[in-house]
Design a protein around this ligand. Structure first.
Ligand SMILES: [Zn+2]
Length: 274
């Protein structure tokens, strides 16, 4: 699942490429990824729109136009791509939304399994959607004490709370697993039983790891590609995620995995994370 760093990477690349471009035509292959809009509305309104900015909120890429905002939440297999050439038959097959731009390029939302979501929102619609999302983990105004207070309210497993988009946005399985290892916190421990000092420490690890992932253009997990189709390159820096059964790089203990916290596997070190 693209998490905050992958979407941030995508948005930074798209911003340079797309701001100032006009959408000339739009085509949609499937309606099932639309939320709060219809194919008829979207296809009537996209042509003629100028792209004024591209930014990110939580795990959404926001294509801001001179009227509405196209909020793209890529699913596990979703990607926003710019092609400077016609699509191959395979690319055509998985292109869900295809927009022809005024400079001849194609902006494509590709999604093999179509579990992403596209929303077409006016300012008020976006404001009300945005208000339901938690704070941004890299926002300087969302301080360590605020982070600790917010997470520490819950009796649920700390990993689950860290991944709850209403508590703090953008942190999914990869970065939650990594940050909890770095902070030495047992991912299954009830959040309200984690000492405040450790939650404060967790905040700094979340920020450090997300920033490092953005700096290296996102993690290369299955299906993730940047806007130019390149894989991300963060995978060499992962300490625990995806390393079940391998040795802990800190203490040498064999890394364990549990399915008991959430539906996804959580890899951790018995010795380093108490
Ligand atoms: Zn260890």
């Amino acid at each position: 699942m693209p998490e905050l760093p992958e979407v941030e990477t995508l948005v930074r690349q798209l911003r340079v490429r797309l701001v100032g471009r006009r959408i000339e035509t739009a085509a949609l292959s499937h309606e099932d990824i639309l939320s709060g809009t219809t194919a008829a509305e979207l296809l009537a309104e996209l042509p003629g729109r100028s792209i004024t900015n591209v930014d990110r909120r939580a795990k959404h890429a926001l294509l801001r136009t001179d009227t509405r905002i196209l909020a793209v939440q890529p699913g596990m297999t979703g990607a926003l791509l710019v092609y400077e050439r016609p699509l191959s038959p395979e690319e055509q097959h998985y292109a869900v939304l295809t927009c022809a731009l005024d400079d001849g390029a194609l902006l494509v939302y590709r999604d093999v399994r179509r579990i992403g979501t596209l929303r077409w929102l006016d300012d008020a619609g976006w404001a009300s959607y945005d208000a339901r999302l938690g704070p941004e983990p890299l926002d300087p105004e969302f301080t360590a004490p605020m982070f600790a207070e917010r997470l520490g309210r819950s009796r649920a497993a700390i990993k689950k709370v860290l991944m709850d988009q209403k508590v703090v946005v953008g942190v999914g399985n990869i970065y939650a697993t990594e940050a909890l290892f770095a902070a030495g916190i047992d991912p299954s421990k009830a959040a309200n039983r984690v000492p405040n000092a450790q939650l404060v420490d967790l905040h700094s690890h979340v920020q450090r790891i997300l920033a490092a992932a953005i700096a290296s253009e996102g993690t290369s997990f299955r299906d993730y590609v940047t806007s130019t189709g390149e894989p991300g390159n963060f995978q060499l820096e992962l300490w625990v995620y995806g390393r079940e059964g391998e040795e802990c790089r800190v203490c040498g203990t064999r890394l364990a995995s549990t399915q008991e916290i959430d539906a996804r596997g959580t890899v951790f070190c018995w010795r380093c994370q108490r």
